[in-house]
Design a binder for this molecule. Sequence first.
Ligand SMILES: NC(=O)c1ccc[n+]([C@@H]2O[C@H](COP(=O)([O-])OP(=O)(O)OC[C@H]3O[C@@H](n4cnc5c(N)ncnc54)[C@H](O)[C@@H]3O)[C@@H](O)[C@H]2O)c1
Length: 250
Amino acid sequence: MGAFDDKVVIVTGAASGIGAATARKFAVEGASVVLVDADRAGVEEVAAQLPGSVAEVADVSDEQQITALIDEVAEELGSLDVLINNAGVVVTGDIGSTTTEQWRKVMAADLDSVFFASRAALPHLKRSRGCIINTSSVSGIRGDWQQAAYDAAKGAVSNLTRAMALDHGADGVRVNAVAPGVVRTGMTEGAFDSEETMAKHVERIPLRRGGEPEDVADVIAFLASDDARFVTGVVLPVDGGVSASNGQPA
Ligand SMILES: NC(=O)c1ccc[n+]([C@@H]2O[C@H](COP(=O)([O-])OP(=O)(O)OC[C@H]3O[C@@H](n4cnc5c(N)ncnc54)[C@H](O)[C@@H]3O)[C@@H](O)[C@H]2O)c1
């Protein structure tokens, strides 16, 4: 018996990193997993390794595409139990160096996507008394240097998580977020490839290592599980303790 037998789970950004690890975790626990990503080759490759899963190619920032996809999944698979809004992009820069195009791209991929997919999923989740888990970030709790657009988008994802939890708790729909610290994925290749950059990160991480995608996937699965049945509206750091600091040096 798996923890998610007979459950239908949508994971966005599932071609890579945290999303791919999350899709694997739910598949191992018996779920029917729908892996969504804009990267066709990547998402098909991950899904091919997971029995009972399907790959869907979509741009999560496109309202029509993601709405149609969610309705189609719920109709064809009979229900929707868990939506994991995980797809995202990062752009480096302060507001002086961030172009309008970059700003819009980050807001669309990281924030609009959560609104569109959650709104489309809500009627189905009310029927299944299901849940939403958003991938926010430690950058959605406090600020980073040189990540103005990303911090703005992830801060909004954290507070949208709380707003949705308040509004839909009475319908039996739980909404939570994970807030990862630095995790080894496609997004952070550069950091993990540089000993110097990683040393700076590790110095500030109480558990003294960067995260692996599975560290986050396991917490997402917990938040989606019945063990978290009385948990809603939390933005849970998965960061080796980095957000426990007030920023002062050791
Ligand atoms: N890696 C980290 O250190 C870290 C830390 C905190 C939060 N996060 C968040 O975790 C989530 C997953 O990122 P990751 O680190 O696994 O990165 P990743 O780059 O490995 O994976 C992100 C995936 O999202 C997909 N994607 C991006 N925009 C999309 C769009 N518009 N439509 C469909 N798919 C799209 C990409 O194709 C990619 O497969 C993101 O929301 C990211 O902001 C990552």
